[in-house]
Write a protein that binds this ligand. Structure first.
Ligand SMILES: NC(=O)c1ccc[n+]([C@@H]2O[C@H](COP(=O)([O-])OP(=O)(O)OC[C@H]3O[C@@H](n4cnc5c(N)ncnc54)[C@H](O)[C@@H]3O)[C@@H](O)[C@H]2O)c1
Length: 313
C-alpha cells in the first residue's frame, strides 16, 4: 500500500489521541472512520474535534470555511465491522492495556483488506510480542505526541517482522499528513522521546518529593535554560558545545562511563572546538559555529519573550 494511494483510514479509539489523529487525516482529504465503544465516547470526540478545529481556525492554520468539510470526512461509529470496509490504513488508538490492544489487532487483521497497514499508537508496549495476527509484516508502531494535530513528531517503529515497505509507506503517509516522522531501526520500549522524558520525570519527581524546589521554580528553571536550547541543538548536539572531553569528565565524576563518548574523545573529536564531535562541522571555525548557534538562541529568546512563554498556562 503506497502512502499516496491511501484514501480511507480507520481509527479505533476516539479518545484524546484518536480524535486528534482523526482530525489530522481528515484535514488532508483522507476519509476517516472513527470508532469507539459507545455513543458517549463518540460525543466527546465530536466536541474535542470541533474545539481543536476552532483553535486551528483562531490561529489561522485553517480557515473556518474548511471546518464543515473536514468534519464531513470523519465518520463516527460504534460498528468496527462496517467501518473496516475497504480501509487502506488503520490506527489502533485504544487504551494502553495489553489485552484490549491484543483483541483490537486480531479484529483488525480479520476485518481490513489484506494489503492495509495496521499502525499502533502505543506509548511503549511491545505489541510485536503479544499481537496475534496472521500478517505480522503489516504491523508497525506510529507513535504520535499530544496534541497530535499540532505536534509534528511521529515515531515510526518496526517490529522484527514488519516489512520495510510498511515502514516506508507509514513514514511517507505521516509526511503527507504534515508530520515529521522519525524511523527507528528497531523496537525498544518507550522509543526515543518517552525514554528521554522518563529520565527527566524521575529527576523532577525526586526534586518535588524532597522539597528541593517548588513546582513553579522547577518549570521556570527548565523553560529558561533547556527550553531555549532544546529546539536549536536537541540533546545530542548540545554535547558538542559542552565539549565531549568535559562530558566524559562529568560522567566519570558520577562514576559512569559511555563507550560512544570515550571513543570520540580518544579520536580527538571534542565538539565545536575541534570542528568535529558527534556532528561534523566540516572544518568551520569554532567562532563560526558559535555565531550560528547564538543567533538562533537569540531569536528563540525574543520569540519566547514575545509570547510570554515563561508564565504558567
Ligand atoms: N494521551 C497521550 O498523551 C498519548 C500520547 C501518545 C500515545 N498515547 C497512547 O494512545 C493510546 C490512547 O490514549 P488516549 O490518551 O487517547 O486514551 P483515552 O482514554 O483518551 O482514549 C482511549 C479510547 O479507546 C476507547 N476504547 C477502549 N477499548 C476500545 C475498543 N475495544 N474499541 C474501540 N475503542 C476502544 C475508549 O473508550 C477511549 O475512548 C494509548 O495507547 C496511549 O498510551 C497517548
Amino acid at each position: 500500500m503506497r502512502a499516496a494511494d491511501i484514501k480511507k483510514s480507520l481509527i479505533v479509539g476516539a479518545g484524546v489521541m484518536g480524535s486528534s489523529i482523526a482530525l489530522t487525516f481528515a484535514r488532508v482529504g483522507i476519509e476517516v472512520a472513527l470508532v469507539d465503544l459507545n455513543e458517549k465516547s463518540l460525543d466527546r470526540a465530536v466536541r474535542l474535534i470541533r474545539s481543536s478545529l476552532n483553535t486551528l481556525a483562531d490561529h489561522g492554520s485553517i480557515s473556518s470555511d474548511e471546518i464543515p468539510s473536514i468534519l464531513d470526512r470523519i465518520h463516527f461509529s460504534t460498528d468496527l465491522k462496517t467501518s473496516a470496509h475497504e480501509v487502506d490504513f488503520a490506527m489502533e488508538v485504544v487504551v494502553e492495556v495489553e489485552d484490549v490492544k491484543k483483541r483490537v489487532f486480531s479484529e483488525l487483521d480479520e476485518l481490513i483488506p489484506e494489503d492495509a497497514i495496521i499502525a499502533s499508537n502505543t506509548s511503549g508496549l511491545d505489541i510485536f510480542r503479544f499481537a496475534e495476527i496472521k500478517r505480522p509484516e503489516r504491523l508497525v508502531i506510529a507513535h504520535w505526541f499530544a496534541p497530535a494535530h499540532i505536534i509534528p513528531l511521529v515515531e515510526v517503529v518496526p517490529g522484527p517482522k514488519t516489512s520495510p515497505e510498511v515502514v516506508h509507506s507509514t513514514a511517507e503517509l505521516m509526511k503527507r499528513l504534515g508530520k515529521k516522522p522519525v524511523v527507528m531501526k528497531e523496537f525498544v520500549r518507550s522509543f526515543i522521546v518517552n525514554r528521554i522524558q522518563n529520565y527527566i520525570a524521575m529527576a523532577y519527581f525526586e526534586i518535588l518529593e524532597n522539597g528541593w524546589a517548588t513546582a513553579e521554580d522547577i518549570d521556570l528553571a527548565v523553560k529558561t535554560s533547556l527550553g531555549i536550547r532544546l529546539p536549536i541543538v536537541g540533546v545530542v548536539q548540545n554535547m558538542d558545545f559542552t565539549g565531549l572531553d568535559l562530558v566524559l569528565d562529568l560522567m566519570k565524576s558520577y562514576g559512569a562511563s559511555n563507550a560512544f563518548i570515550e571513543q570520540k574523545v580518544k579520536q580527538g573529536h571534542l565538539g565545536a572546538k575541534t570542528s568535529k564531535g558527534v556532528y561534523d562541522y566540516n572544518g568551520r571555525s569554532e567562532e563560526e559555529i558559535l555565531n550560528k548557534r547564538d543567533l538562533l538562541y537569540l531569536k528563540m529568546l525574543d520569540h519566547l519573550e514575545s509570547i510570554n512563554a515563561y508564565q504558567p498556562i
